[in-house]
Ligand binder design. Structure first.
Ligand code: NDP
Length: 313
């Protein structure tokens, strides 16, 4: 196993990881970024990004991530492939291992992101970026005056349905149970919105369309005598059934909340282990935006630099 040493190891290469890399690189910390299984993060699966400041004409997700990556390289970050299998945060330098390499780092910034949950239908993959999305804030704009569906019954689903109702002609909210799990205030807003039709006791069984999504096949009251399968005409199909933070390899190693998100202190990026920081969706169950992740990556790198100064390194 090859051993590498660094002042700052960044795990994950989405907007948070790359921004941390830019700041740590400019601070002469010679960071190493381990890219992980999906270099570029969730944005690699996004077509058009219109809400990242600076790209006034919009940019594709892959192009934006390539730009961020190049900006990291410009300031001396080393970017390596690998999937972290194990970490040891019990003493400094911290040890982080992939299948082939061990990294000994004075500070670690974890930016492994989160993965949107999908229903598991083959059609979701087929129409990814062609009508299927897990982010209304990112993609809702493309469905102005069209019909869309949102799946889920939590606060995110309600929020996304309300957001889309401001743009789309009609929004179906597809809820598998006979009630919404969302907070009362969100429920009230949904029920009062004339553009939103809530389909309770309903599951999606498939999507259809020539090249892009043109509709969904849903089934109500499955397994009862009232079972009924029918099609709804939609152009956009939005998943809002939760995210899973990518923290499996951190269980028992640092403080996670009950949903598995890394707990950070206050407005910063400090975890419960001094010298270990977290940024982006892996530590943010609320905003989950590229720009907020990038902002956290910046904070994490600044805090890591200050940590090293305070420790005379
Ligand atoms: P939640 O876990 O709260 O809700 C997930 C929803 O998806 C549930 O309605 C669940 O159904 C449904 N679901 C899960 N799996 C499936 C499936 N396979 N098929 C169909 N439906 C499915 O996640 P959220 O992302 O909504 O919220 C996460 C946290 O963030 C919550 O604590 C929430 O309160 C908070 N939040 C707060 C906001 C605010 O205050 N403005 C905004 C957004 C989020 P079921 O109910 O049947 O299990």
């Amino acid at each position: 196993m090859q051993v590498h040493t660094t002042k700052c190891l960044i795990i994950g290469a989405g907007p948070a990881g790359y921004t941390a890399g830019i700041y740590a690189g400019r601070a002469n910390m010679q960071p190493i970024i381990i890219e992980g299984p999906q270099p570029g993060g969730q944005l690699i699966t996004t077509t058009e990004v219109e809400n990242f400041p600076g790209y006034h004409e919009g940019v594709t997700g892959p192009k934006m991530m390539e730009d961020l990556r190049n900006q990291c390289l410009r300031f001396g970050a080393a970017i390596v492939n690998g999937i972290v299998a194990d970490v040891d945060f019990s003493e400094r330098p911290f040890a982080v291992r992939t299948a082939t390499d061990e990294y000994r780092a004075e500070t670690v910034i974890i930016c492994t992101g989160a993965a949107a949950r999908y229903l598991g239908l083959p059609d979701e993959k087929k129409y990814q970026g062609l009508g299927v999305s897990a982010c209304a804030t990112c993609d809702g704009f493309f469905y102005r005056n069209r019909n869309v569906a949102v799946v889920g019954g939590g606060d995110t689903a309600c929020e996304e349905a309300l957001y889309l109702a401001g743009l789309a002609k009609k929004v179906y909210l597809i809820v598998r149970k006979d009630y919404l799990r969302a907070s009362k205030v969100m429920q009230k807003r949904v029920f009062e919105n004339e553009k939103i039709e809530v389909l309770f006791n309903t599951n999606t069984v498939g999507l259809f369309g020539q090249d892009v999504v043109e509709g969904a096949t849903v089934v109500t009251h499955k397994g009862t005598e009232n079972e009924n399968e029918y099609n709804i005409a939609i152009d956009g199909f939005f998943l809002a059934i939760g995210h899973t933070p990518n923290t499996k390899f951190l269980e028992g190693k640092l403080e996670l909340d009950p949903q598995g998100y890394i707990v950070v202190k206050g407005q910063g990026a400090e975890t419960n282990i001094p010298g270990v920081f977290a940024a982006g969706d892996v530590a943010d169950p609320v905003f989950q935006q590229a720009i907020s992740a990038a902002g956290m990556g910046c904070r994490a790198a600044i805090q890591a630099e200050r940590f090293l100064v305070e420790h005379g390194e």
